[in-house]
Design a protein around this ligand. Structure first.
Ligand SMILES: O=C(O)C1=C[C@@H](OP(=O)(O)O)[C@@H](O)[C@H](O)C1
Ligand SMILES: C=C(OP(=O)(O)O)C(=O)O
Length: 430
């Protein structure tokens, strides 16, 4: 059932004529929308999701839950309504290329009353999934998977998961932990989950998971490092208000930094569940000024773009755009601590090494990251590997380097289908 790749949409990244100064309104966080959908589907009453992200990852998540018998009304752009119901099988779920769907929904599928098949885009079959499969099996759930331990996958739901204790190596993705925790309150005995292995990356996403579980009424203990306990009990329907997507905003902030302009993200909340502190620190190290006010979150390019040495494991999904900033900086950078992003939408370390070299930078590839030495840059054909964030990186470079030609900008539909139009408007404000 692997979905066909959409037709490629080649795109010449627009150049900026001068400093970009603008305020952007961007849709909701992908990660929060995904969690709100799953928690709403498992709740004991209806939920409303305000300001959700409407993009491929979240509409496929809604469709997947729909296939399991949940009513998800996505007809209004700013307000989705979720009516939970008994989870049904047989069902078929298309995960597209979404890590959130392939790691979150198999656990919910274990609570369905029949088999649920999962598959997705060709590259989705290469993304790591075995720790979820092993954990499901250790919890007594029957799962058939490909011999490589990934998609395609069939979860044989029996309506009940007893739960109890499970061990997972989540060094390949924090989503293994999040997926297990999100459904755990519905297991008969809840879940005590222990991570064993090298450190879990993207830990702010784990905080988002436990915050949102508690907000839905779950009792969660995370006082012991690498151990999470979710008590059995009901999840409640509620209204979720989704924050603007911080990672989706990063290329827009980067536009301010590389052109010496100012970009404000409107609607930024006073308190956020996304890693805004970590990002502010990084952008400041690159030379930007980051401020928060009632008007939003503002990044000002100061005219200086410095190279940085940083461990990006907390903000790993931001690596491609941070690497784009590094090629435009006035000195070398080392971006490390993100070995697992080789298992993201593409092998992002290899893809960045190849494409940044093509535009003229000097790159050293490490198992867990890149050293980037800026050189005089030039236009080139930039392969996007079906990866939205590779497209964002190319667009940032293209603002100041004429002739950066993306092989496909259509891949931005994964998290922000309106990216090409928003970016053209942004470039026009320079
Ligand atoms: O739970 C989530 O919503 C996500 C967790 C992170 O995954 P990894 O831990 O695999 O990096 C992140 O990179 C991804 O974009 C979204
Ligand atoms: C890693 C990412 O996505 P996914 O949720 O598919 O893992 C990403 O959006 O950068």
């Amino acid at each position: 059932m692997a979905t066909m790749a959409a037709e490629l949409r080649p795109w010449l990244a627009p150049s900026a004529a001068g400093p970009v100064t603008t305020t952007v309104r961007l849709p909701g966080s992908k990660s929060m929308t995904a969690r709100a959908l799953v928690l709403a589907a498992l709740a004991d009453g209806p939920s409303v999701i305000e300001a959700p992200l409407r993009a491929r990852d979240t509409t496929l998540m809604a469709a997947g839950l729909g296939a399991l018998g949940v009513t998800v009304d996505t007809s209004a752009d700013d307000r989705w309504v979720v009516e939970p119901g008994p989870l049904r099988g047989p069902a078929t779920v298309d995960v597209g290329l979404a890590g959130t769907i392939m790691r979150f929904l198999p656990l919910a599928a274990a609570l369905a009353d029949g088999p649920v098949e999962f598959d997705g885009d060709p590259h989705a079959r290469n993304r790591p999934l075995r720790p979820i499969i092993d954990a499901l099996r250790s919890l007594g759930v029957a799962v058939e998977s490909s011999p490589t331990g990934g998609l395609p996958l069939t979860v044989h739901g029996t309506s009940l998961v007893e739960g109890g204790e499970a061990v997972v190596d989540a060094s390949g993705s924090s989503q293994f932990v999040s997926g297990l925790l999100l459904s755990a309150a519905r297991f008969g005995k809840g879940l005590t989950l222990r991570h064993e292995g090298p450190p879990v990356p993207s830990t702010p996403h784990l905080r988002m998971t436990t915050h949102m579980l508690r907000a839905a009424g779950a009792v969660v203990d995370e006082s012991v490092p690498d151990v999470w306990v979710v008590e059995p009990g009901p999840l409640h329907g509620r209204t979720w208000t989704i924050e603007p997507d911080l990672s989706g905003a990063l290329p827009f902030f980067a536009a301010a930094m590389v052109t010496g302009g100012t970009v404000t993200l409107a609607g930024w909340p006073a308190e956020s569940w996304q890693p805004v502190e970590q990002l502010s620190e990084l952008l400041t190290a690159f030379g930007a000024e980051v401020t928060r006010s009632a008007g939003g979150l503002t990044v000002r390019g100061t005219g200086t773009l410095r190279g940085v040495t940083a461990d990006l494991s907390d903000v790993s999904e931001m690596t491609p755009v941070l690497a784009a900033l590094a090629v435009l900086a006035d000195g070398p950078s080392e971006l490390r601590g993100v070995a697992h992003i080789r298992g993201h939408e593409t092998d992002r370390i290899a893809a960045l090494a190849t494409e940044l070299t093509k535009v003229g930078a000097a790159i050293t590839e490490f198992p867990d990251g890149l050293r980037i030495e800026p050189r005089p840059l030039h236009g080139a054909s930039f392969e996007t590997y079906a990866d939205h964030r590779m497209a964002h990186a190319a667009a940032v470079i293209g603002l100041t380097v004429p002739g950066v030609q993306l092989t496909d900008v259509g891949c931005t539909s994964k998290t922000l289908p309106e990216f090409p139009e928003l970016w053209a408007e942004l470039a026009a404000r320079s």
